[in-house]
Design a protein around this ligand. Structure first.
Ligand SMILES: [Zn+2]
Ligand SMILES: [Zn+2]
Ligand SMILES: [Zn+2]
Ligand SMILES: [Zn+2]
Ligand SMILES: [Zn+2]
Length: 499
């Protein structure tokens, strides 16, 4: 991870180059589809366009109206992450295009062309030898189809251990994915050299007996592949956030697509937004909007309150604490009554990058907010349990407490200790609304059971699908027998400690 001061000119130049590169990369089919889509777009300006209809659009870059504010010389830090390589068994290990060739030896990695296979050979050789020994010669993959879901999970973790032992080094994350999401039939987990790949999404893989029943997930896998591909080529991109000052407090609709259509109105940037940018927009807006949505459901005075304090518990820097600028546009600007928004991030797993704290918490506000003295104040309370934070001097009574995808039901907790009960007791004691999200529909009832087993709470919002969930898919390992792909903040519930 690197840090650098904002340099708008340089960013602009790199973007231009990337755009050309991507345009060249698109194959013929995709170009054709784009032409069709462009024609369609002329007539669909008024309706919300979902992510699936954006699958074939080429990457768009943010409009440059941010430059209006770039004249002031404020110090800001731009955190610059390049996404790590993600392994998918049927995408080329070099370029992430769909594969045509599988490694003849291990049969577990694949390439778009013979030429990319040859190019990767020197790098792949060492790992290939061990994979071939463990998974083929010693039959590591032959058992898979006989295991139940839990044993299948345990077994894959075991395979990682064995491979690491033979290699005499830890596997990198993407190398682990070769074994976590192996090249086996997605229905029966049988390995063979003649598996077939879904021609639509390019991700689902089947043996000759199981080439049906995949339709339910195919669309989501298409998004998954498209996002990975564009991310691999372009790194993370920062979508432009719709910036509209509301004169009246904006009541959020129950649908993110609609909200975005409403806020961007007829902007061509929005209409042409490709699948990846759109997923990224959802992804970084999900936290502020889920919070605002929860506030509107649970805080009666949301239209009149002028100071609002939010505690985010169990925060992780790379998810909740980057992209803080979104809070100004999608929280503060939507509530004209609100003058001060205070965000407090607490968690034992929260660790800050090595940068001066005042730079990490610095929020660059627009000139309108500045002139009317409106503020978003951020504070980090790293490496701290919430119950300890509550007893510290930094504690300020919150209006809303948020836990994003916390996994409260897991009793392994932090470093093997179950520390949640104390934290749960503490946030229920404050008697303010607590919003809890989860990756899957199956998890949220378990979160509720856990809270209710520790404190007396009333349910303000029964678990429901969160309209402001992220739509950027991730593969699921924890419960892949029920859902192969998961989304941050997918389900939402709100509770409140009883007096
Ligand atoms: Zn390739
Ligand atoms: Zn190989
Ligand atoms: Zn099968
Ligand atoms: Zn498919
Ligand atoms: Zn502002």
């Amino acid at each position: 991870m690197g840090r650098r001061k904002r340099n708008p000119k340089r960013i602009f130049v790199t973007e231009k180059i990337c755009e050309r590169k991507v345009a060249e990369k698109l194959n013929f089919d995709e170009k054709e589809a784009i032409e069709e889509q462009k024609e369609e777009n002329l007539s669909i300006n008024e309706v919300a366009i979902d992510v699936y209809s954006r699958l074939k659009l080429p990457l768009v870059y943010p409009m440059q109206h941010r430059s209006l504010d770039d004249s002031d010389e404020e110090d800001t830090v731009e955190l610059n992450f390049w996404p790590r390589f993600v392994f998918v068994s049927n995408l080329c290990l070099i370029c992430m295009e769909r594969s045509q060739e599988t490694c003849k030896s291990c049969g577990m990695v694949s390439y778009c062309t013979v030429s990319h296979m040859k190019q990767d050979r020197p790098k792949h050789r060492g790992l290939c030898k061990v994979l071939t020994e463990v998974c083929q010669i010693e039959g590591g993959l032959s058992l898979l189809s006989e295991l139940n879901a839990d044993d299948y999970r345990v077994y894959r973790l075991k395979l990682i251990e064995i491979v690491q032992f033979h290699l005499d080094r830890p596997l990198q994350l993407w190398e682990k994915e070769i074994l976590l999401y192996p090249r086996v039939c997605c229905n029966c987990h049988r390995f063979s050299m003649t598996l077939k790949c879904c021609s639509v999404c390019g991700i689902g893989i089947f043996c000759e007996n199981h080439d049906d029943g995949h339709e339910e997930w195919c669309r989501e896998f298409q998004v998954f592949r498209r996002v990975l591909f564009m991310q691999h080529k372009n790194g993370y991109i920062e979508p432009e956030i719709p910036d509209t000052f509301q004169k009246e407090p904006l009541h959020l609709p129950d649908n993110f697509d609609l909200l975005v259509a409403q806020l961007y109105s007829r902007s061509t940037y929005y209409c042409n937004m490709d699948c990846y940018t759109y997923c990224s927009l959802f992804h970084i807006s999900s936290i502020p909007l889920t919070t605002l949505y929860s506030m509107q459901i649970s805080c009666e005075n949301w239209k009149s309150i002028d100071t609002f304090v939010i505690h985010v518990i169990g925060a992780e820097f790379q998810y909740e604490c980057i992209n803080l600028h979104v809070w100004e546009k999608l929280f503060l600007h939507l509530l004209p009554n609100l003058k001060h928004l205070k965000l407090m991030f607490v968690g034992p797993e929260l660790s800050l990058p090595t940068a001066p704290l005042d730079l990490l918490t610095a929020m660059k506000m627009c000139s309108l907010c500045k002139s009317s003295n409106r503020r978003v104040k951020v504070s980090f309370h790293p490496k701290q349990f919430y119950h300890d934070f509550c007893r510290s001097k930094q504690f300020i009574e919150p209006n809303l407490v948020c836990l994003f995808n916390p996994g409260l039901y897991r009793e392994t907790g932090f470093e093997g200790r179950d520390t949640w009960p104390e934290t749960i007791r503490e946030f229920c004691k404050i008697k303010v609304p607590v919003c809890v999200t989860s990756y899957t529909k199956q998890e949220i009832p378990r979160e509720m059971i856990r809270i209710k087993s520790i404190a007396d709470v009333e349910t303000i919002l029964e678990p429901r699908k969160n309209p402001f969930a992220s739509i950027k898919p991730d593969r699921n390992f924890v419960s892949d027998d029920t859902v192969p792909l998961i989304y941050k903040n997918y389900y939402l519930a709100i509770v409140k400690g009883k007096s």
